[in-house]
Design a protein around this ligand. Structure first.
Ligand code: DCM
Length: 131
């Protein structure tokens, strides 16, 4: 059985990484994630990521690298994560989120990440570009 893919982005800008607090569904609300969403048929992971970040945050991004690995979500779904660069726009919580926060080096524990995002968050923070 093929699991459906959820893509998420570790968006970098000015040496920081973006974290987003979910507003729904109730069991995930209040927890923080790397923003993203479900891959649609015919899309590459990178295309889905750019689309989801545009829809959810109103920004244009450029995927950089896939973080190796795949993490189980709800049954039937797996999470794949890319690093990405903010190209234009100021992120705003347009959908699914009620707060955004930029995290600098050493600040990754400042928010309560969804458990399933933690391995990718740790790796993305290790890859944080300077400046
Ligand atoms: N999800 C997750 N971690 C992320 C992004 C999404 O666990 N970084 C989960 C939350 C939802 C599902 O994937 O159960 C689909 O996400 P969305 O509702 O944002 O489309």
């Amino acid at each position: 059985m093929n699991d459906r893919v959820v893509v998420a982005g570790a968006v970098y800008d000015q040496g920081r990484m973006l974290a987003a607090r979910r507003s729904a569904p109730p069991e995930l609300a209040g927890r923080w994630e790397l923003p993203g969403g479900k891959l649609e048929p015919g899309e590459t992971g990178e295309q889905a990521l750019v689309r989801e970040l545009r829809e959810e945050l109103g920004v244009e991004t450029e995927p950089l690298e896939r973080i190796p690995g795949e993490w189980p979500l709800a049954p039937g779904y797996v999470l794949r994560v890319w690093t990405a660069r903010l190209v234009s726009g100021v992120p705003a919580p347009l959908q699914d989120h009620d707060e955004l926060r930029w995290l600098g080096p050493g600040e990754s524990d400042a928010v309560d990440w969804l458990d399933q995002d933690r391995p990718a968050v740790a790796e993305a923070m290790r890859r944080l570009p300077t400046g």
